[in-house]
Design a protein around this ligand. Sequence first.
Ligand code: ZN
Ligand code: ZN
Length: 361
Amino acid sequence: MTRGIVYAEPGATLTLEEIVVDPPGPREVQVRVHACGLCHSDLHVVETGGWGMRFPILLGHEGAGIVEEVGAEVTGVAPGDRVVVAWRAPCGECPQCRRGDPRRCSSQLRAKRRLHRAADDALLTPVLRCGSFAERVVVHEACAVPIPEELPFEQACLLACGFSTGAGAALWATPVREGSTVAVIGCGGVGLAVVQGARLAGAERIVAVDVAPEKLAVAEELGATDAVDGTAGDAVDQVRELTGGVGVDFAFSAIGAPVGLDQAVRMCAYAGTATLVGIPLPDSRLGVDLDSEIFGPKVAIAVTHGGDTIPQQDFPFLAQAALDGKLDLARFVSSTCSLEDVPERLPRIGRDGEIRAVAVF
Ligand SMILES: [Zn+2]
Ligand SMILES: [Zn+2]
């Protein structure tokens, strides 16, 4: 029997339920999940009453494990392979893919829904096509990304979302140029991964911005050259002062609150880029002046979903960089828990002082 964390209806508390897993279909693989990170997007699903998904919902989207069974026509992986379960897999056929821009694919490859709640046979909707807070999942083979043997599952799983979102924002979505200056607003797990990505990209200066001194300390440990405490005065003024009044080439908002992107725009140097990484809540509005703060200084605003990664090429790259000591993935796993702990731990994300809590099954 397989168990998983189910969000049954709007307002319901999360429960660990027994799940029936149908065999994988053509181009689908079944993965025995060994670890899954607690990502804010799962909390977002709960806080927004389902994020537009059909109930009941199977939570989790930051998993890694071992391929257990493959369906027909699967060529990329075989039973026994260690994989990260990606929630993105460019389709190759949408307008963005056809024009040669798979990082902005608008139609991800997906498996059919194969998991049912055992109690009533209801078909579960897996979060972001993954549902990896379950002991087994069925995903499209393009979403099962092989990883090196040496990388432990509790680190590897962070490549599925949080780490790749941050690092990918700086490496691929809005690529940080070597020698450039960068600001990162919000130093939770995703923001810290932006710091790591910017460092790997060769940024000369990386300014970490947060209101929590302990998060700023970790950011400096992970590659930030400067720290700005948002409680000690206007963050934009502080960043401008640190950069001799110029501002930064790249500013990333790794928080969902609109003030993050607002500040990112206003921190930018002439022709800088402000990138929205964090997921905003509905009805958020930007408060910047179009003339003096965007058009005049020629600031570009970009959005990334999950770092705009191409998992089959980027995850192995990030995994190898971690094994080579160029990225400190291990530092991101701040605690581990069990699958049973997830309903109680998930609502505390962002308030628990964790960089990333990882459920290990
Ligand atoms: Zn596509
Ligand atoms: Zn996530």
